[in-house]
Design a binder for this molecule. Structure first.
Ligand code: NAD
Length: 381
């Protein structure tokens, strides 16, 4: 089969779903590869770099979409892009089917088989295809770098001839994939790092990374907000109050807050309130990784960086992985390549779309003219 990556047309999107290295791996599975001219440039991969490993360079989007059997992409397609697809053609991309019901219908009507990378089941066997995690890892890292870039001081404490510098104090709220990456980055830069999550089972992970878990004075911590399938559930009002009370105590002494708290299928919980921002020192920084889902901070403006009257910078960017396009493209294209490895079991360049396979079935949202989302629960955990 021929596999191709178009240029991403979403404004500001710098990633690409195929790199020269991932193309080499796809060719080892018996496939041939194509790239739309210029698709990799913003991630640091020139047309020449693709051509050098045997990837065909298609002149434009029309040539790419019509010339391949499988389209690999980062962002969900625009309706006009999707309209280029034909019956039986495969699309592998982030798709967010629950939010993009019209796109789902369009894909079904076209007879395109869509594999949504955001729907890959989060089971051990599928970790190598877990693009949500690989992108969250980058977002967590980049959030700390972004914070540092907006913070006028060192992370690590220093004693120099020019004076004594205290270490920065960083609080990470939410210790999922992005939060843990932020904690690791923050501690490795030398900041005193605190972290909180409603799932008490992450305390050990947080502490093993050299950060301090923020315990609440609340007896239900062991059960409240307990995970459902590894994810958080909404907190009770009493638990939330205990959490906010503790954050209010911390706000005056914390220099940098990285918020990453999300609850599946719901808007982001508001955890860093306006009065907490007002209590922070001038020069402090908040990076809100939940900005796309409404933000964990009351004052976050999605896609923008603002500075409050008391001198606190609040970063609400929603495109952190794209801001590290080379790394993000390398990891994402590897996730895609692993998906294609499972779709090519005989390594003979033929796609076997095995709907009996939990991972392939779970991620497939349209197949042979039918909507196949939501999938049945996976058989293996
Ligand atoms: P997420 O992005 O949905 O949420 C981020 C974090 O916010 C979670 O840790 C959640 O507990 C936390 N949170 C929610 N409400 C909060 C609140 N009020 N205060 C503080 N924190 C709050 O999570 P994610 O990064 O996608 O990971 C979710 C889970 O899935 C984790 O347990 C993770 O280890 C697990 N996971 C498993 C796999 C796998 O393949 N086995 C892969 C990825 C993630």
């Amino acid at each position: 089969m021929k596999i191709g990556a178009p240029r991403e047309i979403y404004e500001g999107e710098n990633r690409v779903a195929m790199t020269p290295d991932s193309a080499v791996q796809l060719m080892k599975l018996g496939h041939s590869c194509a790239i739309e001219s210029g698709a990799g440039v913003k991630a640091g991969f020139s047309d020449a770099a693709y051509a050098a490993v045997g990837v065909e360079v298609a002149a434009d989007a029309a040539a790419l979409w019509s010339g391949v059997d499988v389209v690999v992409k980062v962002r969900p397609p625009e309706p006009a892009e999707l309209a280029r697809m034909r019956q039986g053609q495969v699309l592998i991309s982030f798709f967010y089917p629950a939010q993009n019901t019209e796109l789902l219908e369009q894909a079904k009507d076209l007879g395109a088989n869509v594999i949504a990378m955001d729907m890959v089941p989060r089971i051990s066997r599928a970790q190598k295809m877990d693009a949500l995690s690989s992108m969250a890892n980058i977002a967590g890292y980049r959030a700390v770098i972004e914070a540092g870039n907006n913070f006028g001081r060192f992370f690590t404490g220093q004693v120099t001839a020019a004076g004594k510098v205290p270490p920065a104090k960083v609080l990470v709220v939410g210790a999922g994939v992005a939060g843990l990456a932020a904690i690791g980055t923050s501690t490795s830069l030398g900041a005193i790092t605190y972290a909180f999550d409603v799932r008490p089972e992450v305390a050990e992970q947080i502490e093993s990374m050299g950060a301090e878990f923020v315990y609440l004075d609340f007896s239900e911590q062991q059960t409240d907000g307990a995970a459902t399938g590894g994810y958080a559930a909404p907190s009770s009002p009493e638990f939330r109050e205990a959490q906010l009370k503790r954050f209010r105590e911390l706000a005056p002494e914390i220099d940098i807050v990285i918020t990453t708290a999300l609850i599946p299928g719901r808007p982001a919980p508001k955890l860093w309130t306006e009065d907490m921002v007002a209590m922070m020192k001038p020069g402090s920084v908040i990076v809100d990784l939940a900005a796309e889902r409404g933000g964990n901070c009351d004052l976050t403006v999605p896609d923008q960086k603002i500075v409050t009257d008391n001198g606190v910078t609040i970063v609400g960017y929603t495109d952190f992985p794209s801001r590290m396009a080379a790394q993000a493209s390398t990891l994402y294209s590897t996730n895609i390549r692993h998906m294609l490895t499972d779709l090519t079991p005989k390594k003979d360049g033929e796609i076997f779309h095995n709907m009996e396979d939990d991972v392939i079935r779970g991620a497939t949202v349209t197949y042979e003219g039918a909507v196949t989302f939501p999938p049945p629960p996976p058989k293996v955990a």
